[in-house]
Write a protein that binds this ligand. Structure first.
Ligand code: SAM
Length: 263
């Protein structure tokens, strides 16, 4: 079936069978699993997932034409929601340990990731996420401390999940071909992670630090804490360092200190 692709919905459909197979294998699906695919498009990956016989397969597709087509094509093997993945009520699935697949539309990829990370018992909500991003975004997610890509996105993504890079994918694996490369990442929720009351505080803090990434950390610390010198001492922070020199854990600790101040 040929659909004119909608640029506004980031519609670049995967065509390369070896990549589609690789993505499916990364799910390690068994017949007790409930699988969620967001943005299934024309169902190229969906078809391979069905072959693995999951217990349930839920699809969220915003494009009405595609949702209708998928329903017709796969019938009772799937349950399609013609909805926006950003507005979808995930509550019904909070204890399902989903395997989540998504060749994500570029314009909302970081927002949807942040939305999922913020779900409280993430390891009960999902077992694994196999997600495709624009390469430049994936590079920021997996960036290590002291690198130029390290920042808000790496700190938030690595807070409750382990992230593994699988492969970079060339534009010609898609139809229509995007202008940039893509990267496949696998996320596994951690059982043990640093306790933070409200992850929006972590976003707030990292926003303040990294909006001036060349400045020394004294400036954002002073902005956040009147007693910034005590905080620096308590966390053994060298005030001459730059935001990219502090590791993830240090940001989680700064967040905790901030939370004890505002609560
Ligand atoms: N998974 C398919 C594939 O790999 O061939 C299509 C991937 S395409 C990059 C992104 C898909 O997400 C499109 O089918 C698009 O219609 C859908 N989409 C875009 N924004 C969406 C949203 N907010 N909620 C649900 N689906 C969305």
């Amino acid at each position: 079936m040929n659909f004119s692709s909608k640029k506004s919905l980031g519609q670049n459909f995967l065509r390369d069978q070896s990549i589609i197979n690789l993505i499916t294998e990364k799910g390690n699906i068994n017949k007790r699993d409930v699988v969620l695919e967001v943005g299934p498009g024309t169902g190229n990956l969906t078809e391979k997932i069905i072959q693995k016989n999951p217990k349930d397969l839920i699809l969220i597709e915003k494009d009405e034409r595609l949702a209708f087509y998928l329903n017709k094509k796969f019938g009772d093997k799937i349950k399609v929601f013609n909805e926006d993945m950003m507005k979808f009520s995930y509550q019904n699935y909070y204890d399902k340990r989903l395997i989540i697949f998504g060749n994500l539309p570029y314009n909302i990829s970081t927002q949807i990731l942040a939305k999922w990370v913020k779900i409280k018992n993430l390891d009960k909500f999902c077992k694994k996420l196999i997600l495709m991003f624009q390469k430049e975004v994936a590079d920021r997610i997996i960036a290590k401390t002291n690198s130029s890509n390290y920042g808000r996105l790496s700190i938030l993504s690595n807070w409750k999940m382990n992230v593994e890079k699988v492969i970079d994918i060339e534009p010609n694996c898609f139809e229509p071909a995007p202008k940039v490369k893509s990267t496949l990442l696998v996320f596994t929720p951690k059982k043990i992670f640093y306790e933070i009351n409200d992850p929006t505080n972590l976003e707030h803090i990292t926003n303040i630090f990294f909006s001036q990434r060349r400045k020394m950390i004294k400036k954002p610390l002073k902005f956040l804490f009147t007693n910034f010198q005590d905080i620096a001492k308590k966390l053994s922070l060298d005030l001459n360092l730059r935001p990219q020199n502090l590791d993830n854990i240090t940001y989680y600790k700064i967040c905790k200190a901030y939370e004890s101040l505002i609560n």
